[in-house]
Design a protein around this ligand. Structure first.
Ligand SMILES: CC(C)(COP(=O)(O)OP(=O)(O)OC[C@H]1O[C@@H](n2cnc3c(N)ncnc32)[C@H](O)[C@@H]1OP(=O)(O)O)[C@@H](O)C(=O)NCCC(=O)NCCS
Length: 213
């Protein structure tokens, strides 16, 4: 029997669990969250323990996936569950289109109405969120989050841990570095260096509140 544990029962966890359920691939789905005593019974799936309890469930639950937005945590937890013997699936909502020639690493989720086109390569623990599109030959590193409604042209390269805010676009053949943040609604027309936060049309570097002293 194929049984999926979802680590994280927040908003993203709910969307991921519904995508997994709609795919019909698992016989059972449950969640782990450190707020399990508060959350259990309030969601459509049982919240059966905290994240640290993971090892207890490895004999009964075949697969695990991580549903937290913070990419470093997402990748760390994926490593942890893999070392405990869980299989790390790719979750694809049945309304998404994923090209048969695309290659997607474990722990990545493709949400409702998203599109991943021919020969795209997606690393581990990525999120291609609701209605986003990743066009042909794109290369996404590990832990990249493509927020709802984002569009990537063909052959776009994105480094590990980068986060593309809701509704932004990247024209074809551009390279976005690692740990980049692209603001909601931005249009990226140039390459972006590691660690930058960019916003606007066309996208330019901004000094975010996080970096203002
Ligand atoms: C990019 C972002 C993370 C920056 O947030 P922040 O670090 O709090 O930045 P600040 O609010 O301090 O804004 C810094 C400057 O950038 C501007 N700015 C911020 N977001 C912008 C945007 N989306 N478009 C244009 N300008 C923007 C601000 O107006 C501000 O300009 P100022 O210095 O002239 O006043 C945030 O604005 C954003 O776009 N988040 C996207 C959220 C999202 O997509 N959520 C979906 C989750 S699934």
């Amino acid at each position: 029997m194929s049984r999926l544990l979802v680590l994280g029962a927040g908003g993203h966890g709910k969307v991921l669990a519904e995508a997994a359920e709609a795919s019909g691939r698992w016989d059972a789905i449950a969640m782990l969250d450190d707020r399990h005593s508060l959350l259990n019974g309030s969601l459509r799936w049982p919240v059966i323990g905290s994240i640290d309890d993971c090892s207890v469930f490895s004999s009964e639950w075949s697969d695990a996936i991580v549903a937290v937005g913070h990419s470093v945590t997402r990748l760390r937890w994926l490593e942890m569950v893999e070392s405990l013997g869980f299989a790390i699936p790719v979750v694809v909502h049945p309304s998404a289109w994923v090209s048969p020639s695309a290659k997607i690493a474990g722990g990545t989720v493709i949400m409702a109405n998203a599109t991943v086109q021919a020969d795209a390569r997606l690393g581990r623990g990525c999120i291609v969120n609701t209605g986003a599109s990743v066009d042909h030959d794109c290369r996404l590193g590990a832990g990249v989050h493509i927020c709802p409604g984002v569009h990537l042209g063909g052959e776009v390269v994105i480094g590990d841990g980068s986060w593309l805010g809701i509704g932004c676009s990247v024209i074809h053949c551009r390279t976005i570095g690692c740990e980049v943040m692209v603001a909601a609604g931005a249009t990226v027309i140039d390459d972006i260096e590691d660690g930058m936060t960019v916003a606007g049309v066309p996208a330019r570097e901004i000094i975010s509140r996080r970096n203002k002293s």
